[in-house]
Every structure is written in structure tokens, then in C-alpha cells.
Design a protein around this ligand. Sequence first.
Ligand SMILES: C[S@@+](CC[C@H](N)C(=O)[O-])C[C@H]1O[C@@H](n2cnc3c(N)ncnc32)[C@H](O)[C@@H]1O
Length: 268
Amino acid sequence: MKPEERIAINKRQEEFYDRKHKNLPTRIWSYFRNGLLNRMKKGIGVERDIYELHKTWFGDLSEKKVLDLGCYMGNSLSLYLAENSKSYLGIDLSGKGIRHLNQRLKTVDGARAEVMDFLSEEFTEKDFDLIYAYGVLHHFRNVDELILRLNEKLKPGGVIVSHDPLETSIPIKTLRVLYRPFQSDKDWEWPFSRKTYYQFESGFQIMDRKAVLGKTKWTFLINMLPISEEKKLQKAKNWHREDWEKSGLNDDYMFSCMHLSMLMQKRD
Ligand SMILES: C[S@@+](CC[C@H](N)C(=O)[O-])C[C@H]1O[C@@H](n2cnc3c(N)ncnc32)[C@H](O)[C@@H]1O
């Protein structure tokens, strides 16, 4: 992609996040994803497990230089990273997100946030021990360019903790194909395909991974059944456990899930 094209897409992406310029189909999609799906994830404990896992993957942060890539206003772990690491830098395309995060970081020594495009030449900071990218890597169309850039920015032995949507299961792929022509953010939303996963696998050492919402995505069907709330929740939790365990071991199982977290290390 030409630099001018990338800058134009970044501008639209910034406006999308800052002013929430969404057409009706995108608002409906967001309602299901941010409303119903997130409520379901919270109820089953999916979100809590993901954040706990990420914390474990961060390890001891006291000597680490951390980049919170695509931080926006900072998520549940941004402040944890800022307060516990040696140094913390959050970058994002959004001025609004960065202003908000800088307010939250005011009292934290060694922590700051900047408006910055990760791929731009202006971004010269490097030698990060940890790059945290929650909901971010799938916003880069050119995965090879992204992998090169991530490697440039990591110290030897440095790691990435990521979390992104997968488009690999048949029901999700079908929904996405139908939705894509109407999607406001289609120019910067590239949920991982099988190919994307294998590109990351050749670019980095994947130290660990967990995917969610494989069998668990069918919880909404269980919710329609005339059985007790307790039984529904127990079934959903059992499915989540199964997704969690099996997705780490089996590629096909992982590809049946909706979201993927990875711990990736820079290769020697
Ligand atoms: C889905 S949001 C995730 C925000 C945050 N990490 C969280 O967990 O809430 C994706 C963010 O990535 C940012 N982003 C996308 N491409 C970027 C780039 N090239 N450089 C910096 N940030 C980028 C967007 O501006 C957006 O705020």
C-alpha cells in the first residue's frame, strides 16, 4: 500500500474511533458484538480468563520496557502495565483516546501516551521487551509488513501479547461475508484467516495461545431452552473450558473459535 493511501485510511480510522461514524449495519453489528456478545462473555467469565492469562504472560514487569500498541483510552490492563513496568508507552491513531489515557497516566512515573502510527517513520522508539496489542493486529492489512515492523521494535527475546478476532469458523465467515459490503470499518478490519495465523507462526515463536468462543458461541441457543439458568450457565462454562484447553493444542479446534490470544516471542 502507498504511504498516501495508508495515511488516508488512518485518518478515516481515527474519525471512526473518535466520532463513531457508523452506518446502520455497523451499528447493528456493534450492538451484537459489544452488547450481547460481551454480556455473554462476562457472564461466563471469558473476559476475566483472558485478562488473567495476559497478566500471567506479561510476567514480572519491573525491568520491562512496554509498548501498548493501539491503546486507545487504555483497556483493563493498560494501567496495570503502566504502574508495574519500568517504562510504558501507549500509542494510537486517535487524539481523543490518547488525551484520555494521558489523563489516567498523570500520576504514573515513566508512563506516557502519544498519537502515533505504528508503521510511520516518525515512530523511532524501539527495544521493547513487551508489545501489548489487544484488538489491534487485525487492523493491519499487510501482515508481512506488520511482522517485520513488530520484529524491528522488539528487543532480542522480546514478546508480544495479542488478542484478535478469527474469521475461520464457517458460521462467522458466512456472517462476515454477508456483512462486509455494508461495514463502515472494512478498510481496516482484517480478522485473522488461517493464512494470517500461519504468517505469525513463521514470523515468531508462538509460546502459548488460547482461543475462545468455539463451542461457547452457541450459548445463545442454549439460552432459548426451557432449562434452569444455573444449568445453562454450567453448560456454557463447560464449553468455555473445553475451548480454552483444546484450542491451545489443536489448530482445527482453534480455527473453530472466534477470538485468539497469543504469546509470541521474537525469533533469534
Ligand atoms: C479495537 S481498538 C483497541 C483499543 C484498545 N487496545 C483496547 O483494548 O480497548 C483498535 C485500536 O488500534 C488503533 N490502531 C489501528 N492501527 C494503528 C496504527 N497503525 N498505529 C497505532 N494505532 C493503531 C486504532 O486507532 C484503535 O484505537
